[in-house]
Design a protein around this ligand. Structure first.
Ligand code: NAG
Ligand code: NAG
Length: 479
């Protein structure tokens, strides 16, 4: 359990001037009502996991707290009984590793030859505003992502997010600061709804159950031995990612960027290019600012760099290896335990003990689960050699898991006026749009049918067994 730690602004260790500047520009740029998006980059659609939520859902820019009712949502004959949401943290700072690479890139610029382009000069003049302490933490824009998401979801399902239910909210979070802080910001958004004009207190004073840290659930990948051995710590598991980094598509960009920046091509590599490209996305998402790094790349380059990001997600978090998704079985089962309980309580005409369950995690939490459910699976795997063939692929992480991505399971109780029969239905929403079931394309399904379809995962997938490494019996080798 977590007390008090939620709403302390971690940025307080930042030099005040840097912080004030960041906040000012993020507020000034991000809250222009109804004016479209003044700084969206032509490269925005290719930022992969660094994509802003509003680039996936541009309607959010018009009114960030007005709910958008997907026409596929079930109508009034069905009542929402329970909502289980998996939410990726909001916009965050780069990690320390990324910041160090960026510094390396900046250092390279300072050694460049004379002449050079306008872009190179602009980049060399720029001072790097990223610092080590920022290490992947949630930024103010990320808190705003969460507050606004809270207000939209509450407006979409007002009975579930009623003020009386506030004390019954159940929040679970990954232990990472950005997730803990996201859960607090989400609660603050709800507080705003119930107490307009009253500044939200610390989460510990909100008279709701404080968010509970549960890494076994939200960071299951860290607890799965088989995943860690076969994929995470396996130098050859990401073969296609490494091969693509040195492939012809990347070579072309390396040469071009080296010429633009007036630096030797052998000093550049795909990792540095990627961090430069990410800086374009970070400056946009965090500061609402057009970075000079954006001018180094064109859309064709961006598609290649997006593919590099997607390749990594594919092989490390999705269909690349079975264990990637199987390691999320416990999370999938946890969702159905909640739904089962709600169904049972409803059938007994008891009050629903947890009408709203909110779980805060990572892109790495959502992607395996979506893969387990069979979503965004292309006919051919993503490899180092089929970039061209995969141009129209479904697996584009920027569309699936932008910052503040959310996967929401809504359980409905439906009564047919003509027959006395009652039934339970489930809808799944991804980023506030109904996600048709991977196996039937239906926008809603009977709860029993859903359970039947996923019976293998629900009944036969034990995380302990899936994640167990085969015991090597040294002596049996001699047989
Ligand atoms: C590493 O990954 C490769 C490719 O999937 C696989 O063949 C190999 O067995 C893995 N090694 C370990 C130690 O799991
Ligand atoms: C390992 O092999 C030995 C010799 O064949 C056998 O006696 C033993 O039961 C095996 N242990 C396990 C855990 O399978």
């Amino acid at each position: 359990m977590l007390r008090g730690a939620c709403s302390r602004p971690r940025a307080s260790v930042a030099p005040a001037a840097v912080l004030a500047g960041a906040l000012l520009s993020s507020f000034a740029r991000c809250s222009l009502p109804g004016r479209g998006d003044p700084v969206a980059s032509a490269l925005s659609p290719y930022f992969g996991t660094k994509t802003r939520y509003e680039d996936v859902n541009p309607w959010v820019l018009l009114d960030p707290v007005a709910p958008r009712r997907d026409p596929e949502l079930l109508p009034g004959t069905c009542t929402p009984v329970q909502l289980v949401a998996l939410i990726r943290h909001g916009t965050r700072y780069p990690t320390t590793k990324q910041i160090r690479k960026l510094r390396q890139m900046q250092g390279l610029l300072e050694t460049r030859g004379d002449g050079g382009s306008r872009v190179a000069a602009a980049l060399a003049e720029r001072t790097l505003w990223y610092q080590d302490w920022m290490d992947g933490q949630l930024v103010e824009k990320g808190r705003q992502d969460m507050r606004q998401l809270a207000l939209r979801l509450a407006a979409l399902f007002p009975d579930l997010f009623s003020r009386e239910n506030f004390g019954r909210l159940r929040l679970v979070t990954s232990s990472k600061h950005r997730c803990v802080d996201s859960s607090a910001a989400f609660l603050q958004g709800l507080w705003q709804r119930y107490h307009p004009g009253v500044p939200p207190p610390d989460v510990s004073d909100m008279e709701c159950d404080p968010p509970r840290i549960n890494d076994k659930l939200m960071r299951f990948f860290d607890h799965c031995e088989k995943f860690l051995t076969d994929v995470e710590r396996n130098a050859t598991a990401l073969y296609h990612v490494e091969a693509f980094k040195t492939g012809p598509e990347m070579q072309k960009i390396l040469k071009k960027v080296a010429a633009t920046l007036q630096v030797p091509v052998n000093k550049l590599n795909a990792d540095l290019l990627q961090v430069a490209f990410f800086t374009c996305s970070f400056d946009l998402a965090i500061k609402g600012m057009h970075s000079p790094w954006c001018d180094v790349f064109d859309i064709e380059d961006a598609k290649v760099l997006e593919y590099l990001n997607d390749l990594k997600q594919y092989w490390k978090r999705s269909y690349g290896y079975t264990i990637n998704s199987r390691s999320s079985c416990s999370l999938f089962q946890d969702i159905f335990l909640h739904l089962d309980k709600a169904v049972e309580q409803k059938q007994r005409s008891q009050p629903i003990s947890s009408p709203v369950i909110l779980q805060f995690g990572h892109a790495e939490t959502l992607l395996p689960l979506l893969s387990l459910m069979g979503h965004f699976k292309d006919k051919e795997p993503l490899t180092a050699y089929n970039f061209e063939e995969q141009v129209h692929r479904q697996f584009r992480s920027g569309h699936i898991v932008p910052y503040a991505a959310n996967l929401v399971f809504v359980l409905y109780h439906c009564e047919d006026a003509k027959t006395p029969r009652e039934e339970f239905r489930v809808q799944v929403l991804l980023n506030e749009k109904v996600l048709p079931l991977a196996y039937s394309q239906e926008p809603a399904v009977l709860y029993e049918d859903l359970k039947h379809h996923y019976r293998d995962i629900l009944q036969s997938c034990q995380t302990s067994k899936e994640c167990d490494l085969p015991k090597v019996n040294i002596t049996s080798d001699e047989l």
